[in-house]
Design a protein around this ligand. Structure first.
Ligand SMILES: Cc1cc2nc3c(=O)[nH]c(=O)nc-3n(C[C@H](O)[C@H](O)[C@H](O)COP(=O)(O)OP(=O)(O)OC[C@H]3O[C@@H](n4cnc5c(N)ncnc54)[C@H](O)[C@@H]3O)c2cc1C
Length: 512
């Protein structure tokens, strides 16, 4: 077995991994090595934001599958995860949403650490962004990541009427999603430059690749951590069929919320019962590794046949999200409970064939912002080839089911609004006959799809049971940190990419 070494070894060149590679190699005295299982992605479709739903299942997608979900009529959902330099930013829908102040209050409550508050993270968000509207107290203009707030010249006319429809029902119009309070409606801010997707590799990694103290190795699959005497010594990897060991003083897990806990379990760290059943000897008992798995679901969809041709998107199809309180459409303060988004195309789960083509319809997606259902991940064997058990346990709680019904009700209200009258020929899904609670629940179970935000599988927390400390050190092992979507204790109201970048920025700023 060949060996190599680093001061800091980052496992995964995904969203967090790209930020860490950039920030931690800024000190020329530190040798930083990044290991990535995938390669460089050159697929031209990846650049086109409107194609994002159609580039899954290609060779740069890990293409996971959940186990049958009781809450979803026994359906299994495909879970896309980027495999390549840039990670899931190769596949994501490019929406940039920080979440709201209340989300970070929950992180502070979980960790007892003010570093995770909105106010303390604000400089990190500002530092990452190059905002199309310029710098102000909330937005940054000098960061690596372009954030475009589309104006009326770019926002689809249908979406402009969706926004007017929401406003006519009392939903306030907010300038964008990133001011700390998300209750309201606005076009989505997107990570685009000149109409093209900007990946985290473009923004963070490629501009610093010429640093002599930074090496990014692709096609390197990490199989397990090597652990001895309570310390992580490095990673056992396979490159072109050859086994190798990469030693490091510090190892940072940044392989994402699915791969991180699986890698730990293969290394003997986790719930002894799960490890034993998979034939892996326990090195460290950490029963919550892989627990607390949660995700956003979206109902796909409240779908309408259009009365006139729907112009093609100039953005990413999913152009606007309106965040709302359960208390009422006009609430402007307090928690966010549900979301209704507008897609300028027919969008339906695999359960339905709505018979509406592109340009002939539109969809109001609907979902729950802060789900309380929790699931788990498990290995089934000692090898990365052994398919994991992925069980998000969707719609397990009455809270989630009730909020989902409310979200559909809100979508239908907006769909029926006068502002959309010129676009609406008929509601195709769920269809006018679906009105009773039982029918609505049955529809939701068949219509819900993932919003692609699984998080929380190595949650950070002040309590001893939390696998990761508030400073992102792995509890019980020296020399190991976890920095990516896994550590999120409870999901933010919106999409989670910007929060993941902020976690990595915050960690890097405090690392020495
Ligand atoms: C289809 C889709 C749409 C989305 N849309 C949005 C959106 O519009 N807005 C938003 O905010 N969020 C969105 N997200 C979510 C967001 O992209 C992710 O939450 C975020 O990118 C996760 O970052 P991460 O660093 O935690 O993991 P990732 O970016 O997934 O990085 C993990 C990296 O580790 C590598 N890796 C894994 N296992 C190994 C191993 N064993 N050895 C070596 N390398 C390994 C992977 O290949 C990958 O490069 C979307 C996600 C998807 C998939």
């Amino acid at each position: 077995m060949t060996t190599a070494s680093a001061d800091v070894l980052i496992l995964g060149a995904g969203s967090a991994g790209c930020v860490l590679a950039n920030r931690l190699s800024a000190d020329p005295a530190r040798r930083v090595v990044v290991l990535e299982a995938g390669g460089r992605v050159t697929d031209p479709d990846m650049r086109r934001p409107e194609l994002w739903p159609f580039i899954q299942h290609r060779d740069y997608d890990w293409d996971y599958l959940t186990v049958p979900q009781r809450g979803l009529a026994g359906r299994q959902l495909s879970w896309a995860r980027g495999r390549g330099v840039g990670g899931s930013s190769l596949l994501h829908a490019t929406a940039h949403m920080r979440g709201c102040r209340a989300d970070y209050d929950r992180w502070v409550a979980a960790t007892g650490d003010e570093r995770w508050s909105w106010d303390r993270l604000l400089p990190r968000f500002r530092a990452m962004e190059s905002f199309s509207g310029g710098a102000d107290a909330v937005h940054g203009a000098d960061g690596p990541m372009p954030v475009l707030l589309p104006g009326p010249d770019l926002v689809n006319p249908l979406v402009q009427d969706f926004l007017a429809g929401a406003e006519s029902l009392g939903v306030r119009r907010i300038p964008d999603h990133n001011g700390g309070e998300m209750l309201g409606a606005t076009p989505n801010s997107l990570k685009l430059r000149n109409g093209e997707r900007v990946t985290d590799a473009d923004a963070y990694l490629d501009p610093v690749l010429d640093r002599p103290n930074l090496a990014v190795l692709t096609g390197v699959t990490v199989h397990r951590l090597r652990i001895s005497g309570g310390r992580v010594l490095g990673a056992e990897v396979v490159v072109d069929g050859e086994s190798m060991f990469v030693a490091a003083d510090t190892v940072i897990l940044a392989a994402g919320s699915i791969a991180d806990p699986l890698l730990l379990m293969r290394s003997g760290v986790g719930d002894p019962e799960v490890l034993g059943a998979a034939g892996v000897e326990t090195v460290l008992e950490s029963p919550q590794v892989g627990k607390n798995l949660h995700d956003h679901l979206l109902g796909a969809g409240n779908l309408y046949r259009a009365a006139r041709p729907v112009p093609p998107t100039r953005l990413n199809l999913s152009e606007s999200m309106s965040y709302q309180s359960a208390k009422g459409l006009g609430e402007t303060a307090g928690p966010v409970d549900v979301v209704v988004g507008c897609v300028v195309a027919p969008s339906a789960s695999e359960s339905f064939d709505p018979g509406v083509g592109l340009g002939e319809g539109f969809t109001l997606l609907f979902g729950v912002t802060n789900p309380t259902s929790r699931g788990e991940l498990r290995i089934t064997g000692p090898s990365i080839e052994d398919a994991p058990v992925i069980d998000p346990n969707y719609l397990d709680t009455e809270h989630d089911r009730a909020m989902f019904r409310l979200a559909l009700e809100r979508a239908r209200l907006i769909g029926a609004s006068e502002a959309l009258a010129g676009w609406r020929a008929e509601e195709v899904l769920p269809g006018p006959r679906v009105r009773t609670e039982a029918d609505i629940d049955a529809f939701i179970a068949r219509a819900a799809i993932t919003h692609h935000h699984p998080v929380g599988t190595l949650r950070m927390g002040a309590d001893d049971a939390a696998p990761v400390t508030p400073r992102l050190a792995f509890r019980g092992l020296e020399g190991l940190y976890v920095v990516d979507g896994s550590v999120i204790p409870s999901i933010t109201a919106g999409p989670v990419h910007a929060p993941v970048l902020a976690i990595a920025e915050e960690f890097a700023a405090g690392f020495d």
